[in-house]
Write a protein that binds this ligand. Structure first.
Ligand SMILES: NC(=O)c1ccc[n+]([C@@H]2O[C@H](COP(=O)([O-])OP(=O)(O)OC[C@H]3O[C@@H](n4cnc5c(N)ncnc54)[C@H](OP(=O)(O)O)[C@@H]3O)[C@@H](O)[C@H]2O)c1
Length: 332
């Protein structure tokens, strides 16, 4: 089969498509023929040698895929059958024509949805759902500040906030991105490059602050985060795009707010945790992707690249140009 490959760690130029062995599904796994996959920041980091796959995971990049079931490993029968259209949360291996995945990490593609839209769902929607509900334990009526509001995770989080009756506010680096997030449901938006989002967020919440902050930026935002975190608020760190090295009186300010600092990664979680997450998302959220309900969720696809243009897809993400997901179309 064809798969994304790099011989040595480096930038997008190192990526190319190579013929490799097709994976064989192990106990409890299903073999999926991939029709579309999508990019995540983790792929960029892994390609540069900064984010090695967890032990036992595929060395091939790609944390999500959409396609169809083509084989069942031992013990994987019952839940899925050959030909089912599925989308998968992966620990790796998605940027390839076939991927073996635990049956418990598959979800049905909502009826009528294209493979390219479906590929934009698993990683960022499950991450956002996990951060809001499993980690941040957000409650109806609360406010959430979402950094990188136009990112894959951010665009999902805005919609999930609205679904949960929670008020989403965002930061982003351009007026165009803020406008985009507003259309998705953001109640307020702050350009962190030329506005003091700490002060602006307090103004927008009548000096109360955000009950939850979803933070994939880290060090460069820490003081403003503590400025606009509500008393007893939860600050959920899940990425460090602005570095992880903090200097200053961090604990004093955290203590004054009685703030809870929480941190989460999804890729390294156990099979059991991912199974629980996928099950909850499938039951609580997936129905809202089908037309006709009171709230309509939609995967946000920024762009679709043919598989052999994967390096260009990575360049677009590295340049922070995307709003929503960059999808790869995999040849069948
Ligand atoms: N912990 C987990 O389980 C988990 C799972 C999935 C993703 N993540 C993390 O979530 C984050 C978003 O991922 P994604 O795939 O949704 O990203 P994405 O779609 O590529 O969007 C990332 C956006 O973040 C903004 N950004 C980049 N560098 C920044 C900086 N130094 N300071 C402030 N903003 C910056 C840029 O938008 P602007 O133009 O607005 O600056 C960029 O477009 C990444 O950090 C990723 O590693 C974590």
């Amino acid at each position: 089969m064809l798969a994304a490959h790099f011989d040595a760690p480096g930038g997008p130029d190192n990526l190319y498509i190579k013929e490799v062995d097709r994976p064989v599904p192990k106990e409890g796994e299903v073999l999926v023929q991939v029709h579309a996959s999508a990019l995540n920041r983790a792929d960029l980091l892994q390609t540069r040698g900064y984010y090695p796959p967890p032990p036992g995971a595929s060395q091939i990049i790609g944390l999500e895929a959409a396609g169809k079931v083509v084989a069942l490993g031992p013990g994987a029968d019952g839940r899925w059958k050959i030909g089912d259209r599925v989308m998968a949360l992966l620990t790796g291996g998605g940027n390839a024509q076939f991927v073996a995945v635990p049956a418990t990490q598959l979800m049905p593609i909502p009826p009528g949805m294209t493979d390219t839209d479906a590929a934009a769902i698993p990683e960022v929607w499950l991450t956002s759902y996990q951060l809001l509900h499993f980690v941040g334990k957000v409650r109806k009526g609360e406010t959430v500040l979402i950094h990188a509001g136009a990112s894959g995770v951010g665009t999902a989080a805005i919609q999930l906030c609205r679904l949960a009756g929670v008020l989403p506010m965002v930061t982003a680096g351009s007026a165009e991105k803020l406008e985009f997030t507003k259309k998705l449901g953001a109640a307020s938006g702050f350009n962190y490059k030329d506005e003091d989002f700490g002060t602006k967020c307090l103004e927008a919440t009548k000096n109360v602050g955000a009950d939850v902050i979803l933070d994939c930026v880290g060090a460069t935002h820490w003081q403003k985060n503590l400025q606009c975190l509500n008393t007893d608020g939860r600050w959920v760190v899940y990425g460090l795009m602005g570095s992880g090295e903090i200097h200053g009186d961090f604990l004093t300010l955290l203590l004054r707010k009685r703030g809870s600092l929480l941190a989460s990664t999804l890729r390294s979680r156990s099979h059991e945790y991912k199974e629980e997450l996928v099950k909850a998302f499938t039951e609580q959220v997936l129905p809202y992707f089908s037309p006709g309900g009171s709230i309509q969720l939609r995967p946000i696809v920024d762009s679709v690249f043919p598989f052999d243009q994967i390096a260009d897809a990575h360049r677009r993400m590295e340049a922070n140009k995307n709003m929503g997901k960059i999808v790869l179309q995999i040849p069948v």
